[in-house]
Write a protein that binds this ligand. Structure first.
Ligand code: PGA
Length: 252
């Protein structure tokens, strides 16, 4: 029913040459994973290049963030309709690095989510708790609070055309992955929360896991019923690892 979605968040990495090499390697093998959805999120400056280089592959392209404002005098910002215009189909919103390092509040994230959908982009809403929050027992309130901020502004039906990524902050870039059981518990919590408001949305919405996903742990995560794919940082910068994770998603 729900297609697996494998997403690569390239963060602030790459050069024209290294990005070209990566997209070339990905596009050569991506046809082997036709029944998955695949997407990569390069830096803004590489978007036109990556979109052109992946044109004949099944891999979609998205941006890592977008402005909460409509076109105008906002130096340094990029609007959703610009991303759509150059050929993006998705966009990350509320990644923990944006929330923490760039002080994006849940209200700002909700506005960005709305802007993304308004521009015809499918948002990937990232949610997740810190280690301190988990150890204090507040994981459910943090994760569902981040989700509710968007539901309140955009409405539950907006999740018919959105993706959620559960990324525990303590697992991002640390090599420390949530166990498949820990991840499944949170994914089920999120899905039950959606189901209370709209069971159809809950059944359709893809919920990805993110945080130190690698080819060797991906299969165990994907075997869980509510884990519909992965949002991959570090391992998405190596074609062999990204494709290895795609292979894992095909095998379950
Ligand atoms: P990681 O990053 O795979 O390097 O832990 C995941 C993410 O930040 O999306």
């Amino acid at each position: 029913m729900r297609k697996k979605l494998i997403a690569g968040n390239w963060k602030m990495n790459g050069t024209v040459a290294s990005v070209r090499e990566l997209t070339k390697a990905l596009s050569q093998h991506s046809h082997e994973y036709n029944h998955l959805e695949m997407v990569v999120f390069p830096s803004f400056v590489f978007l036109p290049q990556v979109i052109a280089d992946l044109k004949s592959s099944p891999i979609s392209v998205g941006a890592q963030t977008l402005s909460e404002y409509a076109q105008g005098a906002y130096t340094g910002e990029v609007e959703g309709s610009m991303l759509k215009d150059v050929g993006c189909s998705m966009v990350l919103v509320g990644h923990s690095e944006r929330r923490t390092l760039f002080h994006e509040s849940s209200d700002t994230v909700a506005k960005k989510f709305m802007c993304a959908q308004g521009a015809g982009l499918r948002p990937v809403l990232c949610v997740g708790e810190t280690l301190v929050e988990r150890e204090a027992g507040s994981m459910p309130s943090v994760v569902l609070g981040q989700l509710d901020a968007v539901i309140h502004l955009a409405g539950i039906d907006s999740f018919m055309n959105a993706v959620i990524a559960y990324e525990p902050v303590w697992a991002i870039g640390t090599g420390r992955t949530a166990t498949p059981e820990q991840a499944q518990e949170v994914h089920a919590l999120i899905r039950r929360h959606l189901a209370k408001l709209n069971p159809t949305v809950a059944a359709k919405c893809q919920i990805l896991y993110g945080g130190s996903v690698k080819p060797d742990n991906a299969v165990h995560l994907f075997a869980k019923p509510d884990i519909d794919g992965a949002l991959i940082g570090g391992a998405s910068l190596k074609a062999v690892d990204f494709l290895g994770i795609c292979g894992g998603a095909v095998s379950v």
